[in-house]
Ligand binder design. Structure first.
Ligand SMILES: Nc1ncnc2c1ncn2[C@@H]1O[C@H](COP(=O)(O)OP(=O)(O)OP(=O)(O)O)[C@@H](O)[C@H]1O
Ligand SMILES: [Mg+2]
Length: 312
C-alpha cells in the first residue's frame, strides 16, 4: 500500500443512466460517469446544472428516478448510511458540521461507521470500548494533523473560519475510511492561499489511494487538479475529457457565458429571448433606457454567471 506498484486500474464508481426528476423538472438526465482508482475527476457546470443533485443520487440521499450506481462492482442501495459503509464519503456544499461540538468530536462522529463497538460496550465502557475509543481518538488526531487542524482539536467548530470548516468537513469524511471521496465545492469561501492548500490536500488524499470526484466553480482549481472533467449543463453531460479537451471545447465556454450553441439544452428559449432583446435594441432610442442595470447588450460575460468570485 505504501509503495507504488504497477497499478491496475479498477473502476471505483460507475453511474449509468442516472436521471432525477422533481415533478416536471428533470434535474439530472441520463448521466453516465465512471471514476477509476487513482483518479481525481471533476464535475463542473453552471449554477443549477444538477451537480449536487447528481451527488445526492450517488450517495443515497435521493433515489434516482432511473439509472443505477455501483461502487467497486456492487450496486449501491439508495440509503446514505449504507453508501458510507460501502466506502463513499462526501462533503456538502452547505457545510454540515456539529457547530457546538469540538473539531475533534466532529471527526469522531465521522468515524462511527468504522467502529465495531456496540451500544452496550459503549454504555458499560468496558476494556474493548476503551481500546476502540483510544484507537478512534488516535486516528482522528492523525486526520486533523493531515488537514493541518490538530492544533485546534478542542476548538468549537463554529469558531473556525469558513475555510477551516471546509477542511474539517473533509477530515470528517475521511474518518469513515472511504475508497471514494465526493467533494461539493470544497473551496467555496476560501481565499486564494487556502484554495492552493486545498489543491495540495486533494492530491495528498488521492496519493493515499482514495479516488476523488469533485464539484467546483473555480476552474483553475479544477483544471490543475483533475485527470478528467465532466461538464453538466441543464442536467445533461455535455462534454467529458481531460482538462485540455474540456478547456478547448467552445460549447463549455458557451454554456458558462450563457451563449447558445447548436443543440444546447434550452437553445430555442435562449434564441427567443435574444430575438426579443434585439428587437428592443433596434427600437427608436428617443427614450432613455429604463431597464435597471442594463448598461449595454454586449453580454461580455462579466456578470452572466451571477457568481461571487467564481472564475471560469
Ligand atoms: N429537492 C429538490 N426538489 C426540487 N427541485 C430541486 C431539488 N434539488 C434540486 N432541485 C433543482 O434541481 C436543479 C439542479 O440543482 P442542483 O442544486 O443540483 O444544481 P447545482 O449544479 O449543484 O448548482 P450550484 O452550482 O448552484 O450548486 C435546480 O433547478 C434545482 O432547483
Ligand atoms: Mg450544487
Amino acid at each position: 500500500m505504501t509503495t507504488m506498484t504497477t497499478t491496475t486500474t479498477t473502476t471505483v464508481l460507475e453511474a449509468s443512466g442516472v436521471t432525477m426528476r422533481f415533478g416536471g423538472l428533470t434535474a439530472v438526465r441520463s448521466v453516465d460517469l465512471t471514476v477509476n482508482s487513482g483518479e481525481i475527476v471533476g464535475l463542473i457546470g453552471p449554477n443549477g446544472a444538477g451537480k449536487t443533485t447528481f451527488f445526492n443520487c450517488l450517495t443515497g440521499l435521493y433515489v434516482p428516478t432511473e439509472g443505477k450506481v455501483s461502487y467497486k462492482g456492487t450496486v449501491l442501495p439508495a440509503k446514505p448510511h449504507l453508501v458510507t459503509d460501502a466506502g463513499i464519503a462526501r462533503t456538502f456544499q452547505n457545510i454540515r458540521l456539529f457547530a457546538n461540538m469540538t473539531v475533534l468530536e466532529n471527526v469522531l462522529v465521522g468515524r462511527h461507521t468504522r467502529t465495531k463497538e456496540g451500544l452496550w460496550s459503549a454504555l458499560l465502557r468496558g476494556p474493548g470500548f476503551k481500546k476502540a475509543e483510544a484507537a478512534s481518538h488516535a486516528r482522528a488526531m492523525e486526520l486533523l494533523e493531515f488537514i493541518g487542524l490538530a492544533h485546534k482539536a478542542d476548538h468549537l467548530s463554529r469558531n473556525l473560519p469558513y475555510g477551516e470548516q471546509r477542511k474539517l468537513e473533509i477530515a470528517r469524511a475521511l474518518a469513515s475510511e472511504p475508497g471514494l471521496l465526493l467533494l461539493d465545492e470544497p473551496t467555496a469561501g476560501m481565499n486564494p492561499q487556502e484554495t492552493r492548500a486545498a489543491e495540495e490536500l486533494v492530491f495528498a488524499i488521492r496519493d493515499q489511494g482514495i479516488a476523488v470526484l469533485v464539484i467546483e466553480h473555480d476552474m483553475r482549481f479544477i483544471f490543475n487538479l483533475c485527470d478528467r472533467v465532466a461538464v453538466l449543463v441543464q442536467g445533461e453531460k455535455l462534454v467529458e475529457g481531460t482538462s485540455e479537451v474540456v478547456q478547448a471545447d467552445e460549447r463549455v465556454v458557451a454554456a458558462y457565458l450563457g451563449t447558445p450553441f447548436e443543440g444546447a439544452p434550452g437553445a430555442a428559449e435562449v434564441a427567443e429571448v435574444e430575438a426579443a432583446e434585439a428587437e428592443a435594441a433596434a427600437a427608436p432610442d428617443d427614450a432613455p433606457s429604463d431597464t435597471p442595470g442594463a448598461t449595454g447588450t454586449g453580454n461580455s460575460g462579466t456578470s452572466t454567471t451571477g457568481s461571487e468570485g467564481k472564475s471560469l
